[in-house]
Design a protein around this ligand. Structure first.
Ligand code: AMP
Ligand code: ZN
Length: 138
């Protein structure tokens, strides 16, 4: 399904022209318009999914296959020294376009990309409690 008011539906399906790096029946890979670093690309499914919770297995598997393919190409073509795969779900997590997309962000010495967190603490009892709660939903 496509969503009429969704910019990434329009880009992924050619309604708004985009300079695609890669395209197949399921996805389009585009350059981010506000790149965090040189070579920052987005993998967009052609179908509309708001976020990760809605993805089907086949599309999810395909997106990751394409991520590997494009990551290898970026690594060969650019002098990157690292690469972050980022995928935001929900406003709280920094999602600003509510059509599932995966970021591939090349990393360079001295870049200004900021991805990280301060490690917290957890006890074995807390892990057990979390595991019980979440595993019940798998
Ligand atoms: P997120 O914060 O994970 O939702 O990421 C949305 C990303 O989409 C941002 O990095 C934007 O720069 C990028 N973006 C928004 N509109 C466009 C567009 N028309 N073409 C390419 N990238 C876009
Ligand atoms: Zn969409």
């Amino acid at each position: 399904m496509k969503k009429d008011d969704c910019i990434f539906c329009k880009i992924a399906n050619g309604i708004i022209p985009a300079n695609a790096l890669y395209e197949d029946d399921t996805v389009k890979v585009i350059f981010d318009v506000g790149p965090a670093s040189e070579g920052h690309v987005l993998i967009l499914p052609k179908e509309h999914f708001d976020s990760i919770y809605m993805l089907d297995d086949e599309t999810a598997a395909h997106i990751f296959k394409v991520a590997v393919k494009v990551a290898k190409a970026l690594q060969k073509a650019l002098p990157l020294e690292g690469l972050n795969v980022v995928q935001n779900n929900g406003k709280m997590a920094g999602q600003t376009v509510f059509h599932f997309h995966m970021h591939l962000i090349p990393r360079y010495q001295g870049d200004t990309v900021n991805i990280g967190w301060k490690p917290g603490e957890i006890t074995p009892e807390q892990i057990d409690a979390l595991k019980e709660k979440v595993a019940a939903e798998l």
